[in-house]
Write a protein that binds this ligand. Structure first.
Ligand SMILES: *Cc1c(COP(=O)(O)O)cnc(C)c1O
Length: 746
């Protein structure tokens, strides 16, 4: 495999017809003769592009001109120093050489020299000799880059041996035999297909047994993430959660679960036959799901809940696992040390679903507000698990995920037992590109680069928030009923580089979660919830409003896809893939929206793609449509309804696994919404937004939930194109919606 990493020469004379220019070009040619590419540039250029520069180079040669050093010593040394510092901040290993006259080196301060691989004396050695030296160092640097599995995979794909094993496409050859296959081959390229190998290839190791290069990579990632054990998972954190659960939970066990959890955790409850006791999060008037209050974690409160639970009170033993969504969809984090202190030894396994938080271990900003990392104390008795979607915030391919484990003082993970559960949820034909991306995503976070990547996403998120505030202030100067989008976050913006500014303090008005405990929750600033006008802080509907669903449709037609959408809020995040100013596109699109809204431009003009699908809105103005939908929300008091349904009392009538068994045995009735009250659901009911399960198998429909479903039905009928999707509702031919409920005893 040939990678393209040029030796970058920075010399202001690189293109000049003088002795210095000739000299450096002779050196460049000599390096090329050694088989390396060379890129010559004449200045340090724009500081902002360093991140890319250092990652695409195999070495730097920086020319220092003696004359310049003598004439402007401070300036040229400052320039050199800041370049070297910028590179070293991200990359401790890339070779940097200084090139100049012998006298020159004595002018360079020690702190700069220390960071260099060598000083090339211009006239003392032949260009060929210097080129061999530079090339050797550059090659050694590149050779050390790939982590174990990625290294083995690239070597395997390059060696071109014929394969008799599956996959059946034989390194891509099968595709070449058909026209559409040819297209596929050309699109994905040779390497992707050569690297798609099967687990019969012994030299790559086995994911399912954690051997060979796979094991070496998992070991490497465990070191980088500072945990005792780390497992790559190639079918998402959905599978990671099920693996963790199946490794510790059996039928009839009590488990303590965040009600605001991902559906994979509810699937785990069903699959393991556990008895869930739920912890309830708060919600604010914007409909944002808040933290579970600290009191809910108190052991006496948990015991009280267990004692009041119709099934759990009869079960024996300690709760087997507690699962918390660590970073809710809106970016709220818990102080993990506080939870450990309260529940160590009380709950056997503390599991943090950190699908959205794999970055936190790499920046001090997050302190104790993530599960596992450097210098974090062990529990005495409880094991700590963290499941992370490498693909959500780091650079993993879709489905790349990992499980991190921290042993307790008194107990180590039994890896063979754990692996039995791992095998239960892992395909015997894992996708090797995903394994390689788990490997590389971890290696990318190796210090010092990892911290810089996280720092950059925080910085960009803060810049975005500042820009939105600034626009708001400017608009406010123009009296005349101005409005603008708000980014949800602390009102006081003075020290937002500090964690303290992001803490959810008791009674703070901005978060609206009331009297939270001191030092227990923070907001991750890289998750930005943008609030559209329509609901005021107290939860009352304003006279006018702009439902978020319309804004996000508009944004989508302007090339901005948002992560999640609520009634009057939508959500974006700043991953390590963020670039400076990419958020500018969003800010510009929001300004365009405001402009089109204020002028009430017709939809055929502002949402042409949507109108192609839903022509009935063709002549409706953007503002008028917002008003119409806002009025419907307001008349139905939907904000309160959706809040109440989530905090309403969900009565468990059957164990989730038993209710689901009724589905498997078809002992179910498909009931219309009007007949649901009091009946037991056999399926998971999940409204989008917010994508949080509302009712789980075995629970009874209450009046509030039925009222919500009636609203959804009527709204979907009145406003096609803006349908609320509720997973679990089945649309009948007559347009009504149905839910599969457990057959009631005759
Ligand atoms: C996305 C998500 C998951 C599932 O992760 P995948 O990698 O998509 O399978 C689990 N938990 C939470 C909280 C999530 O947001």
């Amino acid at each position: 495999m040939r990678f393209h990493f040029p030796v970058i020469i920075i010399d202001e004379d690189f293109r000049s017809e003088n002795t210095s220019g000739l000299g450096i070009r002779v050196l460049a040619e000599a390096i090329e003769k050694e088989g390396m590419e060379v890129l010559g540039v004449t200045s340090y250029g724009d500081m902002t592009s360093f991140a890319q520069q250092q990652s695409r180079a195999s070495a730097f040669i920086l020319s220092i001109d003696d004359e310049e050093l003598v004439q402007e010593p401070e300036e040229s040394i400052a320039e050199l120093r800041s370049f070297v510092e910028e590179v070293r901040m991200r990359n401790a290993d890339i070779p940097i050489f200084l090139h100049g006259e012998t006298r020159t080196s004595s002018h360079i301060p020690y702190d700069v020299l220390r960071e260099l691989h060598g000083f090339i004396h211009m006239y003392e050695d032949t260009p060929e000799f210097i080129a061999r030296y530079v090339t050797r160092e550059a090659r050694a640097y590149l050779d050390a880059l790939p982590p174990p599995f990625f290294r083995a995979l690239t070597n395997y794909a390059a060696d071109g041996s014929y394969s008799w094993h599956c996959p059946g496409h034989s390194g891509g050859v099968a595709f070449l035999k058909s026209p559409v296959g040819q297209m596929f081959h050309q699109f994905f390229g040779e390497n992707m297909l050569r690297a798609d190998v099967c687990n019969a290839v012994e030299e790559l190791g086995q994911l399912l047994d954690h051997t060979g290069p796979v094991a070496a990579s998992e070991h490497n990632a465990a070191r980088i993430f500072n945990c005792d054990h780390l497992y790559f998972v190639t079918n998402g954190t959905s599978a990671s959660n099920k693996i963790v659960w199946h490794s510790v939970v059996a039928p009839g066990d009590i488990v303590i679960v965040d009600r605001n959890c991902h559906k994979s955790v509810l699937h785990s409850i069903i699959m393991t036959g556990a008895i869930p006791v739920f912890l309830k999060p708060t919600r604010n008037h914007y409909g944002i799901i808040g933290p579970i209050p600290k009191e809910e974690f108190r052991w006496d409160n948990i015991m009280r809940k267990i004692a009041a639970h119709p099934f759990a009170r009869e079960a024996k033993g300690k709760p087997r696992v507690l699962t918390i969504t660590q970073s809710t969809y809106d970016g709220i984090l818990y102080n993990v040390e506080a939870i450990k202190e309260e529940l160590d030894g009380k709950v056997e396994n503390l599991h943090f679903d950190e699908a959205w938080l794999p970055h936190a271990a790499f920046h001090d900003f997050y302190g104790d507000y993530h599960a596992i990392g450097a210098d974090r104390p062990r529990c005495k008795e409880s094991m700590i698990f963290s499941t992370q979607s490498t693909h959500k915030l780091l650079a993993g391919l879709s489905q790349a995920s990992q499980i991190l484990v921290q042993d307790a003082e008194a107990l180590r993970l039994d890896r063979s037992v754990f692996n039995e559960a791992y095998l239960m949820h892992t395909s015997t034909s894992p996708q090797y590109s995903i394994i390689a991306s788990c490997d590389v995503a971890a290696a990318m976070m190796e210090e010092p680069g990892g911290t810089v990547l996280v720092e950059e996403s925080i910085t960009e998120a803060l810049n975005f928030r500042r820009a939105m505030r600034k626009l708001e202030k400017e608009l406010a100067k123009n009296q005349d009923r101005q409005w603008w989008f708000k980014v949800w976050g602390p009102d006081d913006q003075s020290d937002i580089e500090e964690r303290e500014a992001w803490m959810l303090k008791p009674g703070d008005r901005w978060h609206g979660f009331g009297n939270l405990a001191e030092g227990f929750n923070m907001l991750d600033p890289i998750k930005a919830t943008i609030i559209t006008p329509g609901l005021d802080v107290s939860g009352e509907f304003s006279e006018r409003g702009i439902p978020a669903a319309i804004v996000t449709k508009y944004l989508a037609e302007h090339g901005v896809i948002v992560e999640k959408c609520g009634l009057y809020s939508f959500f974006i995040m700043f991953t390590i893939g963020i670039t400076k100013g990419r958020w500018n596109t969003l800010v510009t699109a929001l300004q365009q929206f405001k402009d089109d809204y204020d002028r009430n431009h017709p939809l055929w003009k502002v949402l042409p793609e949507f109108i192609a699908k839903c022509p009935r809105y063709e002549r409706v103005g953007l503002k008028d449509l917002c008003e119409q939908i806002h009025r419907v929300y307001k008349d139905n008091d939907v904000a309160r309804l959706t809040t109440e349904m989530y905090v309403s009392n969900m009565e468990p009538a059957m164990r989730p696994a038993d209710a689901f068994a009724k589905l498997s045995h078809r002992e179910i009735e498909r009931l219309p919404i009007s007949d649901l009250e009091g009946r037991i659901t056999a399926v998971l009911l999940t409204p989008y937004p917010p994508g949080i399960p509302l009712l789980i198998p075995g629970e009874r429909f209450n009046r509030t939930i039925v009222r919500y479903l009636e609203f959804v039905r009527d709204f979907n009928c009145a406003y096609p194109g803006f349908e609320t999707d509720v997973h679990g509702l089945i649309k009948g031919e007559n347009g009504d919606y149905y839910v599969d409920c457990v057959t009631s005893p005759a």
